[in-house]
Design a protein around this ligand. Sequence first.
Ligand code: GLN
Length: 206
Amino acid sequence: MTELNIGVLSVQGDVAENLSSTQDALKELGQEGIVHAVKIPEQIAELAGLIIPGGESTMIGQLSLINGSLKQIKEKIEAGMPVLGICAGLILLSKEAKDRVVGETDQPLLDLLDVQVERNSFGRQQDSFEVEISMDSINIPKFNGVFIRAPSIVEVGDNVETVSKFNEKIVAVKQNNMLGTAFHPELTSDVSLHKYFVNMIQSKEN
Ligand code: GLN
């Protein structure tokens, strides 16, 4: 069995929670692998899969641009490496991002996932909330969606599969090796989504 080398981009945001959920997912699957925080292009070059966590997309983008990680991540994803983008990570993967209030933001993006996202899409009263969602197409019928100043996906390209919707808004998508969620799977004890992602990496490696 291949030992999977999985990284969590560690610039800012929910790094520790994703390390822990991925470790649990590997254990539950009986899959060998290491999961570690990655920061620099040399570490990213070695990865079989990457999680870009939730946090602040402008900050994660700017800092990754400056140290060359953004370019390395883009090359790896283009070469087929599976990536899970969560909340700010989803925003970074996208081709276009607008803020619900301020509109166009001139922030660095990976420009790979063929979607337009609306940042802070759920407004003020509902800045943060939890709601049960379903992801039937990836065999996760029930999941606790934790939304924190979450984006939503307002436009999807032809190659993008809608994985989940809440209140008519698209909140999870998949396009080939890229999986993106507006909610935070690392903040619930259910590691189904992390297991799904580990399986994506595993099937790519074999
Ligand atoms: N609102 C944040 C952004 O635009 C994302 C929030 C999150 O990742 N929890 O980057």
